[in-house]
Ligand binder design. Structure first.
Ligand SMILES: [Zn+2]
Length: 270
């Protein structure tokens, strides 16, 4: 990365932040992040990762943009309805930051493609909208040793857990199996206020930025719960489970195929 001219100005406010400084900024320039999902969480996460100066960003999403997405998926314009979300998001990112390297994957994340894909990046942001994909991200992160910023949103808030394989718990340490569909309503049933996804997705970007810049102050392993209606934010310590099916003695990817009932949820693309 060239420090002269425009870039020095572009990142000047980052450089003033003592904890980040030139060293942290250099690390961000050299880092690569994969964002799984270009929806409600992915929109702010992608934009703030690009704004921070991350050198390379991969965006994977196997859906096309629908009009019901637009209350929260602010990286897309109305003119992009019908386009692959991964491509529409990449166009916005390139316009925002012409020097950014963007890898575009207009496809679903699967147990087959996840490990090779994760290995191409320093960290992964799980901005997906369904539990099978979230558990697949978790397992693939553990298998490949890549830090993962997991999150989910609904209605007015969401939850976030940063997973650093080998250094703390994973998602399956918290809940070992994918919750049944009937116990996990999506936004098509429960709804979502777009700003809630904005808050949680921006927080995911912040977690990834502090990890990649080497300034993350907290040990991983606490579940953050944000309720934007009441204004309450809480942290719950999660212990690593020695018998965990993902990060226990033999890390592996479980339940590779999403249960059929999760596949048809056309309006929930958080
Ligand atoms: Zn685990």
């Amino acid at each position: 990365m060239n420090w002269s001219g425009e870039n020095t100005l572009r990142y000047s406010r980052n450089l003033l932040v003592e904890e980040l400084g030139e060293e942290g900024q250099e690390r961000l320039f050299r880092s690569a992040v994969l964002v799984v999902g270009a929806g409600g969480l992915g929109s702010p996460a992608l934009l703030y990762l690009a704004a921070a100066g991350v050198g390379r960003i991969g965006v994977i999403d196997g859906d096309r943009l629908e009009v019901t997405n637009l209350n929260r998926q602010v990286i897309h314009s109305a003119a992009a309805i019908g386009r692959w979300k991964a491509e529409s998001a990449a166009d916005t990112l390139r316009a925002f930051r012409p020097d950014l390297a963007v890898d575009v994957y207009p496809m679903m994340l699967t147990a087959e493609n996840a490990p090779a894909l994760f290995r191409k990046y320093d960290a992964v942001v799980d901005a997906s909208d369904n539990f099978p994909t979230k558990y697949l991200c978790n397992d693939a992160a553990v298998v490949t040793g890549r830090p993962l910023v997991h999150a989910g949103v609904l209605r007015f808030g969401g939850q976030l857990l940063t997973i650093v394989p080998g250094m703390g718990p994973c998602l399956r340490c918290l809940i070992s199996e994918i919750p049944p569909r009937k116990d996990s309503p999506g936004c098509a049933e429960a709804g979502i206020v777009g700003a809630a996804a904005g808050i949680v997705g921006a927080w995911q970007a912040m977690e990834a930025i502090t990890l990649l810049a080497g300034i993350a102050p907290r040990p991983s392993g606490s579940l953050l719960t944000i309720d934007a209606l009441t204004g309450e934010v809480s942290r719950l310590s999660v212990a690593r489970d020695p018998a965990c099916p993902a990060c226990g003695n033999s890390p592996r990817i479980s339940d590779p195929l999403p249960p059929a009932e999760y596949r048809q949820d056309p309006y929930c693309r958080a």
